[in-house]
Design a binder for this molecule. Structure first.
Ligand code: NDP
Ligand code: 8X3
Length: 272
């Protein structure tokens, strides 16, 4: 009798391979840091070929040196719509058949009352989190539709379900992501393509440093006093979603650290 040991990551790939003979390729935006970077690493170690997109290409090249030729760095600013179309068209045809799109690039800028906020922060959030996600989706999903297979995972947020003090515009962008995810799922319901959102609570990444314009001490305080989620926790969720059988569409995953119960309910203790 033969006994074969299969790791969860290899099993995921096996399930996907059983549903398709094509080589599996993912595109992950915001791959230079945090959730995106962790997702790229987990997908590559599960056997995927991954196009890792972000503006800080030096970080992507470094990641490629660690992970090997199954990672293709792609210099991409999601706010530049014409660059997106050119970048996708410029991919080697072998890399153009994208099976998984992880719309992760995004940011919060500032934490101010609306009437005291900085309109250029608003522009950056709206251009990246909403218009950038739309532009990438518009560029990639038609190929999935014509091939009759694919999975889109949008990284939303608890901020797309609840509005918290001073979160105004960031929360509005994540509420928009929620609506876009639901709308896309409706638009693709007559295809085999699956659409999911992962809505995390507090994940320790560079998010807060970016939000506070580089104030890393203020950012550190956000994750102090409890154990936050990590990029790996969200990457594991991505792998779990893509590993479901083709008739199972995970629509939404809301994921918190154990010490969090909502946007404004975080249990902090002095000794963590
Ligand atoms: P990080 O700041 O660590 O990573 C953000 C990533 O987005 C970076 O790789 C950055 O790359 C990329 N990015 C930002 N702007 C652009 C742009 N214009 N074009 C291309 N890439 C861009 O934060 P997270 O990993 O935490 O954030 C990832 C996603 O998760 C975001 O959508 C965020 O809103 C969401 N999220 C985060 C939570 C958290 O607590 N951290 C909780 C819930 C959701 P580069 O600068 O190199 O271009
Ligand atoms: C990022 C998490 O709660 O800081 O989406 O908005 S939060």
């Amino acid at each position: 009798m033969w006994l074969i040991a299969v790791t969860p990551a290899a099993f995921t790939l096996l399930v996907l391979r059983m549903t398709s003979t094509a080589q599996l390729t993912a595109l992950v935006t915001g791959a230079s840091s945090g959730i995106g970077r962790a997702t790229v690493a987990k997908l590559v170690s599960a056997g995927w070929r991954v196009i890792a997109a972000a503006r800080r290409t030096d970080r992507l090249v470094e990641l490629q040196q660690q992970l090997g030729a199954n990672l293709l760095p792609l210099s991409l600013d999601v706010t530049r719509r014409s660059d997106i179309d050119a970048a996708v068209a410029g991919l080697d045809p072998d890399w153009q058949t994208i099976d998984l799109l992880v719309n992760n690039a995004g940011l919060g800028r500032g934490l101010d009352k609306l009437h005291e906020g900085n309109p250029s922060d608003w522009d950056e959030m709206i251009d990246t989190n909403i218009k950038g996600l739309l532009a990438i989706t518009r560029a990639i999903v038609p190929g999935m539709v014509s091939r009759g297979r694919g999975q889109i995972i949008n990284i939303g947020s608890i901020a797309g379900r609840e509005v918290y003090p001073r979160g105004n515009v960031y929360c509005a962008t994540k509420h928009a992501v929620d609506a876009i995810t639901k709308g896309l799922r409706i638009d693709l319901v007559d295809t085999p393509i699956r659409v999911a959102t992962i809505d995390p609570g507090l994940v320790e990444t560079e998010f807060s440093t970016v939000r506070f314009h580089g104030d890393s001490e203020r950012a550190r305080q956000v994750y102090k006093g409890y154990t936050p989620l990590s990029g790996d926790d969200i990457a594991d969720t991505v792998l779990w979603i893509v590993g479901r059988p083709p008739h199972v569409q995970i629509a939404e995953v809301l994921i918190f650290p154990t010490a969090q119960a909502g946007s404004t309910q975080v249990h902090k203790s002095a000794d963590t």
